[in-house]
Design a protein around this ligand. Structure first.
Ligand SMILES: Nc1ncnc2c1ncn2[C@@H]1O[C@H](COP(=O)(O)OP(=O)(O)OP(=O)(O)O)[C@@H](O)[C@H]1O
Ligand SMILES: [Mg+2]
Length: 345
């Protein structure tokens, strides 16, 4: 059973984290705040030919992959289920069928092994991935969650050991990851688009095209749908570019996204008078974003923290990290836990 919580933020508990909210089947063991294993079975190849995630295919693949992934996570960590203190599972938000596979499996494992269970919000997982790194900032901090489905700024506090999330700003339309993925599709590049656009942008000139920066300097909400339209109009006018022209286009498009993300994140820190910024979610794996936010933060006296790329995209370790906090706060989920595709933080 769960050992008593120690003073440290993520101390003295060994948690199995399970994540199946989208197209990654993931399980990890986090012990005393340290990643012992982090196994991810990506479904990218399954979905690539469709240019995006097909929900039903995701659920079916989670069903096939999840138990082997859990076994592998335990094996790599060198523990049996009996050596685990509790199970943390993503209960939402995400694809209903995909979430259901993880939640049902976690309940079955918890019941059969007599272990406590906690439900984790997927974005809490992203926000606490930074806790698994050596230089984790103590709350309060501002967290920019920037992923395939979300672009949101949160103030994260921990009054009396309970984590509190205040939403400061969010996208009014597309998420930044979606803007990358849709652009890639438009340019005939494979899914997931962010990785591909970043790779091609490396050899391009970010100042070659001036893409719109929606809501720049106006509050801390985001909008990316106009950017996507601007790219579509450009491609309609000039055709699909290749070679150097494609690199320039990708670099300029990426720059527009990075510019707005960095600017709003720093503005949120200034508004909250908080000197610690955490970037997280799949788009935080982007090297240009990591560098730009860090540089602008330094100029503004703000320390920027970003987990390694493997902890930015979906993974089980971040769910175990957030689950550890939940266990230490005394939270428990029952065997009536349901997947909640629209779960609120
Ligand atoms: N290096 C990169 N540069 C830019 N974008 C990237 C990079 N790597 C991944 N992404 C983007 O990150 C997104 C995937 O992130 P993540 O796995 O956190 O999303 P998700 O779980 O599907 O969405 P959410 O977390 O909102 O539910 C995709 O949109 C992908 O294009
Ligand atoms: Mg995610």
């Amino acid at each position: 059973m769960t050992r008593p919580a120690a003073a440290g933020y993520l101390r003295r508990v060994t948690v199995l984290g399970i994540e199946t909210s989208c197209d990654e089947t993931a399980a990890a063991v986090v012990a005393d705040g340290e990643v012992r294993s982090n196994v991810i079975a990506s479904q990218i190849e399954v979905h690539r030919r469709w240019g995006g995630v097909v929900p039903e295919l995701a659920s079916r693949n989670h069903l096939v992959q999840l138990l082997p992934v859990v076994d592998e996570a335990l094996r790599q960590a060198g523990v049996a289920l009996s050596g685990i203190d509790g199970i943390a599972v993503t209960a939402g938000p995400g694809l209903a069928g995909a979430l259901l596979v993880g939640v049902q499996a976690a309940k079955g494992l918890a019941w059969s092994a007599g272990l406590p269970l906690v439900a984790v919000h997927h974005l809490a997982g992203h926000l606490h991935a930074i806790r698994l790194t050596a230089e984790a900032p103590a709350p309060p901090f501002v967290g920019l969650v920037v992923s395939g489905g979300h672009t949101s700024l949160y103030r994260v506090d921990a009054p009396a050991g309970r984590t509190r999330y205040d939403l400061l700003g969010a996208t009014l339309d597309d998420a930044a990851g979606e803007a990358f993925d849709k652009a890639a599709k438009l340019l005939g590049l494979p899914y997931p688009g962010g990785v591909e656009i970043e790779r091609i942008a490396e050899g391009g000139d970010p100042a070659a095209h001036r893409f719109p920066r929606a809501l720049a300097g106006k509050g801390i909400d985001f909008s990316f749908s106009g950017l996507k339209t601007a790219l579509r109009l450009h491609v309609q006018r000039a055709g699909r570019p290749e070679g150097r022209a494609l690199a320039d286009l990708c670099a300029s498009y990426q720059e527009a996204i990075v510019d707005v993300l960095a600017q709003k994140a720093i503005a949120a820190c200034a508004r909250e008078r908080i000197g610690r910024l955490v970037l997280c979610g799949g788009v935080a794996a982007n090297r240009r974003l990591r560098a730009e936010a860090t540089a602008r933060g330094r100029e503004a006296g703000i320390a920027t923290f970003v987990p390694p790329p493997v902890l930015c995209t979906d993974n089980g370790a971040m769910i175990a990290a957030a689950g550890t906090l939940a266990f230490q706060a005394g939270e428990r989920a029952g065997l009536d836990l349901a997947a909640d595709p629209a779960m609120r933080l």
